[in-house]
Design a protein around this ligand. Structure first.
Ligand code: 5GP
Ligand code: ZN
Length: 143
């Protein structure tokens, strides 16, 4: 399978690695939104958030928390975004699941997401549908 992030993990493609352990690696995004923009991922290839096994996800999110503190300190950022894109519609371009940590500075830019509002019927319809799926899938929840 062709995956640039797997190549980076195998050191067959160049990257500026900031952190790695047995399971997790973090390297600088080649086209940063701000300098210090970090990508954090499992060394095992999983294509999106929903396919990462839970124990691996716990380790990944723990490293994201640790590294967000490092990014903030190292860049003297005022804040940071942690985010992941899942699926083409959400802007995912590399299908090896990763979190972005993006250092942010006062008034650097705004995400131009346009918010909607609900009427009562729309609110209850989507709520009922979600609760129905929780009933169906809650057996998959651990702990
Ligand atoms: P996505 O859109 O999938 O959430 O994010 C993919 C990210 O990977 C982008 O921000 C892009 O700049 C970064 N990227 C793509 N190819 C490479 C690469 O070869 N090396 C590094 N370091 N980052 C990459
Ligand atoms: Zn991969």
């Amino acid at each position: 399978m062709d995956c640039i992030f797997c190549d980076i993990i195998k050191k067959e493609a160049p990257s500026e690695i900031i952190y790695e352990d047995e399971d997790i690696i973090a390297f600088l995004d080649i086209n940063p939104i701000n300098y210090g923009h970090l990508l954090v991922l499992t060394k095992q290839h999983y294509d999106n958030f929903l396919t990462v096994p839970e124990d691996m996800l716990h380790k990944l999110i723990s490293r994201v928390q640790f590294l967000a503190g490092i990014v903030k300190r190292a860049t003297s950022a005022d804040g940071f975004n942690t985010m992941s894109n899942n699926g083409v519609a959400a802007g995912q371009r590399i299908f090896h699941f990763h979190f972005h940590i993006i250092p942010r500075f006062e008034n650097d830019f705004k995400f131009n997401l346009i918010s909607k509002s609900y009427n009562e019927n729309e609110l209850k319809t989507i709520s009922a549908k979600m609760k129905e799926f929780i009933e169906i899938y809650s057996g998959q929840l651990n702990g």
